[in-house]
Structure formats: C-alpha cells, structure tokens
Design a protein around this ligand. Structure first.
Ligand code: FMN
Length: 184
C-alpha cells in the first residue's frame, strides 16, 4: 500500500521531544519544545542536533551565543512542554512563564531544566538549513541524568528513562515498555 511521503512523521515511531534552553545576548532565559531532535555521534564528538525555524527565539539565541541545553522531559511534563511550544512572544523569563525551574549549567550560560530527567550542555559545532528548519548540531560538553535513573549498565539506564514522544499537535505518548528480542 502506498502512502503519501508527506505523512513521513506519522510513519516513523515518534522521536522523543526535548526542551531546548537558551539565553539571548542580554542573558534572558528562553525555553521551547522541539520534536525534530536526534543524537548524531557517540564516539568522536558526542553530539546532538535539532531543527528549529529561523525566526524562533531559540534559533536567534543560538546564532548569537553558540550555546544551548537540551532537556529530556519525562512524560509527566507533557502539559508544560506543550505550553513552551505556544509561548511565542518574547518575555523576560520564559521559565517562569512556563513554570519550569532553571538550574545554572557548569559549562555554558543557558540554564538546565530541573524538571527534565536528563540535561545536555551543548556548544554549537555548526548549523545548516533543510527546508524551513535550521539544524543546529551541538557538541555535548556535559551530560547529567537524575540519580535514580543512573546505572553503570547502558541497557538498564536506557530502560529507566521515561521520555515524552510527540505525535502531532496536542498528541503525545510516553514509553511504556522495553522489548527484549532473542539474539540470532
Ligand atoms: C511538542 C512540540 C514539538 C515542537 N517541535 C518543533 C520542532 O521540531 N521545530 C520547530 O521549529 N518548532 C517546534 N515546535 C514549536 C516551537 O516549540 C514553538 O514555535 C516555540 O514557541 C518556539 O519558541 P521560541 O520562539 O521561544 O524559540 C514544537 C512545539 C511543540 C509543543
């Protein structure tokens, strides 16, 4: 059965959506939701990338400061994540506006997000444009995870993480099971 390629975002399992925290040149905090997000490299330069439209405050802030924090929200944060995506006008403190708690980062100026179970402090490596989105690729300087989710074992740690997946508009889903297959 053929399906319209424009429905591609509904053909993939949804990617986890993240919150991206930035500051402008005056140090004003900004936070917004992003669904176009992925890790890029794990070995040479641990890095992540996400796509934002050029007019958004997030894009302008990163172009000016070259820094951002990626926060991975648990599924219980859906309502606030949704709010950050619809708070477009510039305000002095978008964290306050969206009832999120900023925590100072160790390596960059943008703030971590306390309500997120994982925070990645990133420095911009480069950016490029695809269609309407500017893709920002950032080197992860520092990664932090909630203590209770941490494990020395990668599979166990990944299984501990509850992420939020964006389907469309106000539709999200959480992760509810880990599936183990038998090796060949
Ligand atoms: C769950 C969710 C996912 C989103 N994903 C993206 C995305 O991948 N790219 C994008 O440009 N905007 C995305 N948005 C919209 C931005 O979050 C929204 O335009 C936001 O107001 C931008 O904020 P800013 O101008 O403060 O940067 C998403 C919104 C929501 C609620």
């Amino acid at each position: 059965m053929k399906v319209d390629p424009k429905r591609i975002t509904y053909l993939n399992a949804p990617a986890p959506c993240v919150l991206v925290s930035t500051v402008d040149h005056q140090g004003r905090k900004n936070v917004a939701a992003y669904g176009y997000y992925t890790t890029v490299d794990q070995f040479e330069v641990p890095s992540v990338m996400f796509g934002a439209r050029a007019f958004q405050h997030t894009s302008k802030n990163i172009e000016s400061t070259k820094e951002f924090v990626v926060g991975v929200p648990p599924s219980t944060l859906a309502k606030k994540v949704w709010k950050t995506g619809y708070k477009n006008e510039k305000c002095d403190d978008e964290f306050k506006e969206c009832e999120l708690t900023p925590i100072p980062s160790e390596t960059i100026k943008p703030f971590r997000i306390k309500e997120c179970s994982i925070n990645l402090e990133c420095t911009l490596l480069f950016h490029f444009v695809v269609g309407k989105h500017v893709w920002f690729v950032g080197k992860v300087n520092l990664a932090e995870i909630d203590k209770e989710l941490y494990s020395e074992d990668n599979i166990e740690m990944r299984s501990n993480i509850d992420a939020l997946y964006h389907i469309s508009k106000e539709y999200f889903c959480g992760r509810n099971e880990t599936i183990k297959v038998e090796p060949y």
